[in-house]
Design a protein around this ligand. Structure first.
Ligand code: FES
Length: 289
């Protein structure tokens, strides 16, 4: 049996056998169960597999695990407990993803960027993240998220502050961010946690929406009874629930109850909702898509 060498992953020393030759990504995902870094192209082009090696972003599909021997590897799992790193929070708060598949790689590249440039401009962000693709095309939000993360970091200091301080800063930035992005229709209030990671009874959607009328999709008519997920009532099954909220000011929010892979689904659904309800596009927002 070949001698084991070690790499340090998220602060933990791990033995790694150099034989058979494997990529660093394979070690992380298949042997250590760290599945945040994703296999995308497998050719070093898409950035889905990005981790930090000694603080530098590396496409882990494209380096041998042996190249990381004696070095320090940071995965998205090791950034901060519970996704509390400023970059992670900023991505959530800005909704800087749609399918989320390549988001961990983008987050890691953003972390590396902010490690060397405290307050990057748009061009620096674009350059630093140019090796990380987002098939859903959320680049404007990603750029906003990096700016937000820079503000959070400046306010809190480097990651690792006390939880209370971080929570207060997060709440303050949430308010500041909404004020800063106050162009009509440019920002939509979001719950603290992604809906698909929260039990239905704990979701706080209606806490962030104003008073209004709520129309809920009856799940009994939306079961997956028929082909293609069509239920007895002819609708599509939505295990996450589906509803529509009409606020007193005319703003409409529709929640699909689904997470969809694909490009620009959120925009397309917003247009459909606006068309169907005869409200201006600017008054319609769709979530959960
Ligand atoms: S999977 Fe590594 S760069 Fe695409």
């Amino acid at each position: 049996m070949a001698d084991a060498s070690v790499i340090t992953v998220d602060g933990v020393v791990r033995p790694v056998s150099p034989e058979p030759p494997r990529s660093l990504l394979s070690i992380l995902c298949d042997e250590l169960g760290l599945t945040g870094a994703k296999l995308g192209c497998g050719e070093g082009e898409c950035g889905a597999c990005t981790v930090l090696v000694d603080g530098q972003p590396v496409k882990s599909c494209h380096v041998y695990a042996t190249e990381a021997i004696g070095r320090s590897v940071t995965t998205i799992e090791g950034l901060a407990p519970g996704g509390a790193h400023p970059v992670q929070r900023a991505f959530v708060e800005e909704g800087a993803f749609q399918c989320g598949y390549r988001t961990p790689g983008l987050v890691m590249s953003a972390v590396a960027l902010l490690g060397r440039v405290a307050d990057p401009d748009d061009a620096e962000i674009t350059d630093a993240l140019s090796g990380n693709l987002c098939r859903c095309g959320t680049y404007p939000r990603i750029r906003r998220a990096v700016h937000r993360a820079a503000r959070l970091t400046a306010r809190e200091g480097a990651p690792g502050g006390t939880p209370g301080t971080a929570a207060e800063a997060q709440a303050a930035d949430w308010t500041d961010g909404r004020a800063a992005d106050s162009a009509p229709g440019s920002e939509h209030p979001r719950p603290q946690r992604p809906w698909d990671l929260v039990e239905p009874e704990e979701r706080d959607w209606f806490a962030v929406l104003p008073d209004g009328l709520v129309v809920a999709w009856d799940p009994r008519t939306a079961g997956p009874a028929g082909a293609g997920g069509h239920g007895a009532g002819g609708g599509w099954g939505t295990g996450g629930g589906a509803w529509l909220h009409a606020a007193a000011d005319g703003r409409v929010t529709a929640f699909t109850g689904k997470v969809n892979l694909g490009q620009d689904n959120r925009t397309a659904l917003s247009l459909l909702v606006a068309d169907e309800l005869r409200v201006p596009r600017s008054a319609s927002a769709t979530t959960g898509a």
